[in-house]
Design a protein around this ligand. Structure first.
Ligand SMILES: Cc1cc2nc3c(=O)[nH]c(=O)nc-3n(C[C@H](O)[C@H](O)[C@H](O)COP(=O)(O)O)c2cc1C
Length: 315
């Protein structure tokens, strides 16, 4: 895979980013991903500031390569989290679920690299206007919280490439070297993968969850709670309960009450596969194993070369 504007900006060997994920991407996963040549990302969304401090320090003790932190902006202690990352000299700040204007100027004044996550070309343009260095554009296939427009990566990438001049990082549905080639061919300069890295030895997802995903059928997920906070869920008992509530036109309050607190932690970290909220991308049905990060990245590189060769042979 060739160097490009994004690999230069982030000082990484491969145009691959391990996604920041609540309850899944702590120090071990981020450091392993950075050591494999990708950008390793700690997911701050499920961490109190002191825990984030621990994970950044731990990751830095495991790698001397670049590391980033992902900050969903809707968390109440977001200012403290940003402060912790600044104190620990994190260079790359990835913000999501909020306005790109919120922290970009402050972080740029401090010489930091800022990336914002979006799911529409209009918002990608707003990110560029706010001064971010690159945007992550998340298609409908993606795991975790999602846009409402249902625009798939195949359509969203060229839309965003047309809308902005800064580098685009494509996310949503990427797990193989062939898909990386496709994303780059459409004009993305980097590819972010969530579900693929969730399915590794180093991720903190519970073993029960990884085993469940290793046997996922082709239609394992669905985007739910579009009127509240759209999120792609694995179809378990909790999903069925949400589906019944939505089919019966439950109010936002009723949905919120059923969601309660700690459902994602219960499912993904603690392994309660019935009552937990299991966030994952559509691509989970194609991932049957959870090896270590280094093997996953080597496999993606080999698949990328094979896919490239196939295309060249056809020319
Ligand atoms: C379990 C899980 C948790 C996630 N948590 C976050 C998060 O905290 N912040 C964020 O910006 N995106 C989050 N995402 C979205 C990922 O960063 C990434 O963009 C997405 O997984 C890409 O789609 P893929 O799963 O098809 O690779 C999460 C995704 C998953 C699967």
């Amino acid at each position: 895979m060739k160097k490009n504007r994004l690999t230069e900006l982030l000082n990484i060997e491969l145009p691959l980013i391990q996604a920041g994920m609540v309850w899944v991407s702590g120090a071990k996963l981020a450091a392993a991903s950075s050591n494999a040549g990708c950008l390793g990302v700690i997911g701050a969304g499920s961490m109190q500031p002191d825990l984030l401090d621990y994970h950044i320090k731990k990751a830095k003790s495991l790698t001397d390569k670049p590391l980033a932190v992902n900050f969903p902006l809707l968390y109440s202690k977001i200012e403290e989290q940003i402060e912790v990352a600044l104190k620990n000299n994190i260079q790359v700040f990835i913000t999501s679920a909020g306005s790109p204007k919120k922290f970009t100027s402050l972080l740029k004044e401090k010489g930091k690299t800022v990336i914002h996550v979006t799911s529409t070309p209009e918002l990608a343009k707003k990110c560029e206007d706010a001064g971010v260095d690159a945007v992550i554009v998340e298609g409908f296939e993606a795991g975790g919280h999602n846009g409402r427009d249902e625009t798939t990566s195949l359509v969203l990438i060229p839309q965003c490439v047309e809308a902005v001049d800064i580098p685009i990082i494509a996310a949503g549905g990427f797990a193989t070297g062939g898909s990386v080639l496709a994303g780059l061919a459409l004009g993305a300069e980097g590819i972010q993968m969530g579900t693929r890295f969730l399915m590794t030895e180093e991720s903190s997802a519970h073993k029960n969850y990884k085993e469940l995903l290793a046997h996922a059928p082709h239609n394992a997920t669905m985007l739910m709670m579009k009127n509240l906070v759209p999120v792609r869920l694995f179809k378990n008992k909790f999903y069925e309960e949400i589906k019944d509530l939505e089919n019966n036109c439950a109010s936002k309050d009723v949905l919120l009450q059923h969601l309660g607190k700690g459902r994602a932690k219960l499912g993904m970290l603690e392994g309660d596969l019935d009552n937990g909220e299991l966030e994952v991308g559509q691509i989970c049905s194609l991932i049957k194993t959870y090896p270590n990060v280094s093997d996953v990245v080597s496999e993606i590189q080999a698949e990328y070369q094979q896919a490239r060769q196939r295309v060249l042979e056809e020319e």
